[in-house]
Design a protein. Structure first.
Length: 81
């Protein structure tokens, strides 16, 4: 099912079609509904452009899990750090 936003709606939000796609993709990535590459494809932009869009919005690209952090801590302890 396609999502349609009228030209008037885009104009009221002061967004181009491309900007609206980027906004939606960034939000869906931020809330965990889409992974990075799926969000990038939805936005219809290249990787660097999408990374910059996330950065401008203060959205972290890499999101370590608690398990990731625990593994890092264990590795540091083994190294004596």
């Amino acid at each position: 099912m396609p999502l349609t936003i009228s030209d008037e709606g885009l104009h009221a939000m002061n967004l181009s079609e491309r900007d609206a796609k980027v906004e939606i993709a960034c939000h869906l990535f931020e809330v965990g509904r889409l992974r990075f590459h799926a969000a990038m494809r939805l936005a219809g932009v290249e990787r660097g452009v999408f990374e910059e869009a996330l950065n401008l919005r203060g959205i972290a690209i890499h999101r370590p899990t608690v398990d990731d952090l625990q593994q890092d801590l264990a590795a540091l302890k083994k190294m004596g750090i």
